[in-house]
Design a protein around this ligand. Structure first.
Ligand SMILES: [Zn+2]
Length: 185
């Protein structure tokens, strides 16, 4: 095997290094070294053990940060969606729905027509406007709820994507082709 006549960058001792080696420990001073190649030249660079682990540690720290961020995104959405929900009489929240709003408007129009036909003009207009505006308010609330939900999902997916891009994260694999049955004609 071809070797490169390198020297330890820490103690200067001669080190014959196999061409394909990237990291090595100097046998004289025990320093971790990285072989750096620039064009035809090659030399060694001191690579502290700490430095070698820095990448790994910083990605672990980043992972913790991101997991914390994910938790915050979830908590914010819990709070926000709670505020945007309608309260039932028992205090339980439910999502405002556009269909519910449309239902109120149809109800308002029907009630108004019946009351107007009965000659109750003032009551007809009042009930129509009152119930109809409840319907409109619910449609607006439903649209706000959906906008917030989209924003929450976008933030969440952003954080999840960042986590999945960290080194050491297992990527979601596609179907394993080795175990796939051969397709029959
Ligand atoms: Zn050395």
């Amino acid at each position: 095997m071809k070797t490169l006549p390198l020297n330890c960058n820490n103690c200067g001792a001669p080190l014959p290094v196999p061409e394909s080696t990237r990291y090595l420990t100097c046998q004289f001073c025990d320093t971790r070294l990285e072989v750096v190649r620039e064009g035809n030249a090659a030399f060694t660079k001191v690579l502290g053990e700490l430095q070698e682990r820095t990448d790994q540690i910083s990605s672990e720290v980043r992972r913790l940060q991101l997991e914390n961020e994910l938790l915050k995104v979830e908590q914010n959405w819990d709070r926000e969606s709670n505020d945007l929900k309608y309260r039932g009489q028992d205090g339980r929240g439910f999502e405002p729905s556009a269909a519910g709003g449309v239902f109120f408007i149809v109800l308002a129009v029907a009630a108004a027509i019946i009351l107007l036909l009965l000659g109750e003009i003032f009551l007809g207009v009042f009930v129509g406007l009152f119930v109809g505006s409840l319907g409109i308010l619910q449609i607006v609330a439903a649209s706000n709820y959906e906008d917030s939900w989209r924003l929450y999902m976008r933030r969440k997916q952003q954080v999840l994507r960042e986590i999945s891009e960290l080194p050491g994260t297992r990527k979601a694999k596609g179907p394993d082709r080795h175990n796939m049955p051969a397709s029959s004609p």
